[in-house]
Design a binder for this molecule. Structure first.
Ligand SMILES: NC(=O)CC[C@H](N)C(=O)O
Length: 390
């Protein structure tokens, strides 16, 4: 070991876990430091969508796929609605160095893009070892630091990592949501055409934005929905004042239990009105709470694009995209709330519906982006409910 105590070449970035573990590598993207929870994502494609998904606010993502950045970035594969705004992701950790972009859609280099978006990165580490550590000990609180000069005050940084309060109890949806109401009519990307516009709306949907992804809005538009997007703090009365045919509850970051002061009562009001309602991920969890259930923090969470889920209502298995660290505790769901989907990895709850009202939700991401398209039928279930309501 050299006199400095560091390995050579001297690290320009470190990831320090709350238990004091120091992982050294080379800095990429923005310089600076950020605290958050480290989770691992197993998707083999879609790093740009993942790093712009607002549900990752407060988290540092380590990718298990080794080659990240090799297809560059573009201005089309961004999931935050405000394209320039940060999604709130705190950092990223990669195995290999970023190579020159090789893809006809690439307009920019991944490293420059990370820097422009203020995302701090660490490359050149053993991401398999880090993933094993998270699988063994659970998602870890940490600080990620990138300093070109390699100047790290380890004692202070260890204290910062340890002092970060953690995601439990953290309300992040109200920080990431839109400040203003807006409407949406952009449809999905098509070969040679790019994104389109919805021509003839059949339904009016109010989507409550707790950290919504563009591809959810596009799929609603593909299914004939004219969408009005409201801020997370919209009350039940404000939502219904738009006279929606259906209400959509979005994905988002943070602890669902921490939204109890605003989102949960608003959702309860919407459900009581009998309006067709569909929730995804955070929206699913908050709906579960509004219906009388509870959520729990998971050991390591689910973040990837290959998670098998069984639809208990049809017996079919779908391969899904997932990104969650909390889950609805099935045992706490009251009578009248039916579990409709279950994870085939660990048996955790992946969906629910009401027997007496057109209300349902899923824990995973039928919009994928990135990920498989198996679960798109859920958007049809939603429009069928609105059709049935007339
Ligand atoms: N994608 C999401 O909506 C995530 C929901 C919640 N923040 C969780 O981690 O479980």
């Amino acid at each position: 070991m050299p006199d400095s105590g560091w390995t050579e070449p001297r690290p320009t970035a470190v990831l320090i876990l709350a238990d004091g573990t120091v992982i050294e590598g080379q800095g990429i993207g923005a310089e600076g430091e950020a605290t958050g929870e480290v989770c691992f994502n197993t998707a083999m494609t879609g790093y740009q969508e993942i790093l712009t998904d607002p549900s990752y606010a407060g988290q540092i993502i380590t990718f298990t796929f080794p080659h990240i950045g090799n297809v560059g970035v573009n201005d089309e594969d961004i999931e935050t609605v405000n394209m320039a705004a940060s999604s709130g992701v705190r950092g990223c950790v990669l195995k290999t160095d970023i190579t020159d972009p090789s893809n006809y859609r690439a307009t920019r280099d991944f490293d420059q893009w990370l820097r422009a978006r203020g995302i701090i990165g660490l490359a050149g580490i053993d991401t398999r070892a880090l993933t094993t550590l998270i699988r063994t000990k659970g998602a870890a609180d940490a600080i990620i630091v990138h300093d070109r000069r390699g100047d790290f005050d380890l004692a202070r940084l260890k204290a910062e990592a340890k002092g970060w309060p953690g995601l439990v109890g953290m309300d992040l949806a109200k920080d990431i949501t839109t400040a203003q109401t807006y409407t949406w009519d952009e449809t999905s990307w098509q070969w040679d055409k790019g994104y389109g516009r919805m021509e003839s709306p059949r339904h009016h949907v109010v989507a409550v934005d707790y950290g919504i992804k563009r591809n959810i809005l596009r799929l609603l538009a593909d299914h004939g929905c004219r969408v009005t997007v409201l801020p997370a703090t919209a009350t039940g009365e404000e939502i219904l004042a738009h006279k929606p045919d259906g209400v959509f509850l979005s994905n988002g970051p943070g602890d669902p239990e921490a939204t109890g002061a605003y989102a949960v009562p608003a959702i309860r009001h919407v459900v009581d009105s009998g309006t067709p309602t569909f929730g995804i991920c955070l929206g699913h969890q908050m709906l579960g709470i509004a219906l009388g259930g509870k959520t729990v923090k998971m050991h390591q969470g689910h973040h990837g694009a290959n998670h098998p889920v069984k639809d208990l209502t049809t017996g079919k298995v779908e391969i899904t995209s997932m990104n969650h660290g909390f889950a609805v505790d099935t045992d706490t769901l009251p009578a009248g709330v039916e579990q409709t989907h279950v994870s085939l990895f660990d048996g955790s709850n992946c969906g629910l519906r009401l027997g007496d009202r057109p209300v349902f939700s899923v824990q995973y991401h039928p919009e994928a982006s990135p990920g498989p398209r198996d679960s798109r039928y859920l958007f049809e279930r939603f429009t069928d409910m609105m059709d049935a309501k007339g």
